[in-house]
Write a protein that binds this ligand. Structure first.
Ligand SMILES: [Zn+2]
Length: 121
């Protein structure tokens, strides 16, 4: 694996994560918190737009770690699978990919003050 390639893949996946943040905002605005919402698969195939149905709480749990991504079960991505559920998996980026993912963590912009407050204790 070439380092540039790993960085590029992580950056591509961060773009999908940013799209999912928009979906999450709409979900919050519409107060759909008890319903399952179709987030986008964040695997390393940029042509993949498969939906993953997640509740607000589960999505927030993934997003609370800036190096974690959610993918359709069996899709390809770099990193270690930290959790497998029905139909999807949660993957933690390691190495260079993890650095890129953490750098581009959309939650670092403070748009979700409640989740940040919980982390800082
Ligand atoms: Zn995918």
């Amino acid at each position: 694996m070439h380092a540039d390639d790993e960085q590029q893949r992580a950056a591509d996946e961060a773009t999908f994560r940013e799209a999912n943040e928009r979906i999450r905002e709409v979900q919050a605005e519409l107060e759909l918190s008890r319903q399952l919402v179709p987030f986008l698969c964040e695997c390393d195939d940029t042509s993949c737009h498969e939906p993953i149905l997640l509740g607000a709480e589960e999505y927030e749990r993934v997003r609370s770690d800036g190096t974690c991504f959610v993918i359709v079960a069996g899709h390809s991505t770099l990193g270690e699978i930290v959790e497998e559920a029905a139909g999807h998996a949660i993957v933690r980026k390691t190495g260079l990919g993890g650095l890129v993912a953490a750098e581009r963590d959309p939650r670092e912009e403070g748009r979700w003050p409640t989740s940040r407050r919980a982390e800082s204790g």
